[in-house]
Design a protein around this ligand. Structure first.
Ligand SMILES: [Zn+2]
Length: 381
């Protein structure tokens, strides 16, 4: 079977909205994207499984061609972030090109990776393959990573190495930090400001909580360092604070959101529970109640040793030194399945999550070449 052209495939995928959002008004199913990819992979003689990720709304796809153990996994997410069509100069849901760029929602992050994958894998006949080629397409990467989480827990994939085609401008990425976002709330009692005994100030107790959080951060940064990152220490940002309603009322409630980014080798679960314990300990000395909760499931840090054969080969194939990025990906879930993972894909993260998102055509052929050579190296007899 022959595939549609690159443009036709990309236009079909971009034309099938698959927005992930924690807000249910914006969230859409990714079924259409999964079905198109399932059909094309099926036409290329892949065994294709479409697996429900959550309810009958979100789906993952696992496809495989070739027998034997190990092999290469090519992985990407089917969803996009929401968009504001008013900020676009064209419809976000159809692909426009000016001969150097493809414009459209998800062209770079990361629907554009799939036509690359399809054109690469179509070159390999089953009889050439001593080890399999696998393809994973996930749901909900942009919101909760529920798709990759579901695969790692319920349908583990066996492969030697994996490439996640997130936009890295074709630089091999071997590490990123882990991330968690937490909400801390203090609940006091409001009352007239003229008499402090009429209430309990949640804002003053939040001040104590913030001092504790900053001391926790100092300790984290004192004992953890990894020079592969531009910011070599864990970070903890006090991102937003809402408290009280009026100067002449005792503040009854305060709420703080923090974002914490930790290094490979650290565990988000452990950092989260230590921070929560410390806050509960000072909370027991406060008059306000204190609450701590994660806003969404944390992303673990990820690192493949940059000296590994795989990363060395990716450096050779891309002609670029490997590096690190500041954003989280599904790599920790692939690592959890025992797969050595690199992040490497066409397009720039600078264009991701932006109006008039685009993919440079100039990166498509080099991406295809590097992935073809990788498959030759790891899968062919
Ligand atoms: Zn992405």
């Amino acid at each position: 079977m022959t595939l549609p052209t690159f443009f036709e495939m990309l236009n079909t995928l971009v034309g099938s909205p698959s927005v992930s959002s924690l807000s249910s008004e914006l969230d859409t199913s990714n079924r259409a994207v999964i079905d198109h990819l399932a059909n094309w992979l099926h036409d290329l003689d892949f065994d294709v499984d479409v697996l429900a990720s959550s309810d009958d709304w979100k789906f993952n796809l696992v496809a495989r061609k070739g027998r034997g153990e190990g092999g290469v996994l090519l992985s990407g997410h089917s969803d996009t972030v929401p968009c504001d069509p008013d900020l676009w100069t064209q419809s976000p849901f159809s692909v426009k090109t000016d001969d150097s760029k493809y414009y459209g929602l998800g062209t770079c992050d990361m629907k554009g990776f799939f036509p690359v994958v399809l054109e690469v894998v179509q070159q390999f006949k089953e009889s050439q393959l001593g080890r399999p080629i696998a393809v994973l397409v996930t749901a909900d990467e942009e919101s909760t990573m529920a798709g990759a989480r579901h695969i790692a827990t319920n349908h583990p994939i066996f492969a030697d190495i994996a490439v996640i085609g997130e936009p890295t401008d074709l630089q091999p990425i071997f590490a990123h930090k882990g991330i968690f976002v937490a909400r801390i709330r203090t609940v006091g009692k409001s009352g007239h400001s003229s008499n402090p005994t009429l209430g309990v100030s949640a804002l003053e107790d939040m001040y104590n909580a913030i001092r504790e959080i900053m001391a926790f951060r100092t300790e984290l940064q004192r004992s953890n360092n990894d020079s592969v990152f531009a910011v070599p220490v864990p970070t903890l940002n006090l991102g937003c604070l809402h408290a009280g309603d009026s100067a002449n009322r005792i503040c009854g409630q305060a709420e703080l959101l923090i974002d914490c980014r930790i290094l490979p080798g650290m565990s988000t679960t452990e950092v989260v529970s230590r921070l929560e314990e410390q806050l509960m300990a000072i909370g027991s000395k406060m008059d306000s109640d204190i609450e701590f909760e994660l806003v969404m499931p944390p992303i673990e840090p990820f690192k493949t040793p940059s000296s590994s054969r795989f990363i060395q080969l990716m450096e050779k194939l891309s002609g670029r030194p490997s590096g690190t990025v500041a954003f989280g990906t599904e790599a920790p879930f692939l690592q959890q399945m025992g797969i050595e993972t690199v992040i490497f894909g066409p397009g720039s993260i600078d264009q991701a999550h932006q109006a008039n998102e685009y993919l440079s055509l100039a990166q498509i052929e080099p991406a295809k070449r590097a992935l073809s050579q990788l498959i030759h190296e790891y899968c062919c007899k």
